[in-house]
Design a protein around this ligand. Structure first.
Ligand code: NI
Length: 172
């Protein structure tokens, strides 16, 4: 197991469209375990492969509340097969944009089809925090960040601060 370095925005590696996984093998399972470990250590509730420099369609989530048992979900090639007309607005953050948060509007409920860590096809209906988290992580697989939903003004303020943060980190 290993902690993977998380890529900070803005970065061209966060803007790529990821490619499907052909076989869920042990290497994929090991990678997903590393992704979960990296997400828990951050700490965060979701992580996508491009955030750790991988271009495969893989995401992990765990929206368990503090004090609850962990509920890790590992999704390979996830796709939304249904989404509610009803929308939900919630504040989102992102491990690639640390310390920045903004309200994002998304369908409140979604049905997601994916392959689990054993390569078995699964379909789940998600609402609430899991729905928002999964949609946010699936956006990453298309090269979309939550700031892309904001006005150009708000987006540029955040990205300017991120550039400054990255310069400071490089200089340190
Ligand atoms: Ni994110």
């Amino acid at each position: 197991m290993a902690l993977l370095p998380i890529i900070y925005a803005p970065d061209p590696r966060l803007k790529v469209k990821c490619r499907p996984v052909e076989t869920v093998d042990q290497a994929v399972r090991d990678f997903m375990r590393d992704m979960l470990e990296t997400m828990y250590a951050a700490p965060g509730i979701g992580l996508s492969a491009p955030q750790v420099g991988d271009t495969r369609r893989i995401i992990v989530c765990d929206v368990a509340r503090e004090g609850e048992d962990p509920q890790p979900i590992q999704m390979v090639n996830p796709e939304i097969v249904w989404s509610s007309d009803e929308v939900h607005i919630a504040e989102e953050g992102c491990l690639s944009l640390p310390d920045h948060f903004a309200e994002v509007e998304r369908p409140g409920d979604v049905r997601i089809r994916y392959l689990d860590e054993n390569g078995e096809a699964q379909e789940i209906e998600a609402g609430g925090l899991l729905a928002a988290c999964a949609q946010h992580e699936m956006d990453h697989l298309e090269g979309i960040l939550f700031v892309d939903y904001l006005s150009p003004l708000k987006r540029n303020i955040i990205l300017r601060k991120m550039k400054k943060l990255k310069r400071q980190k490089e200089a340190a």
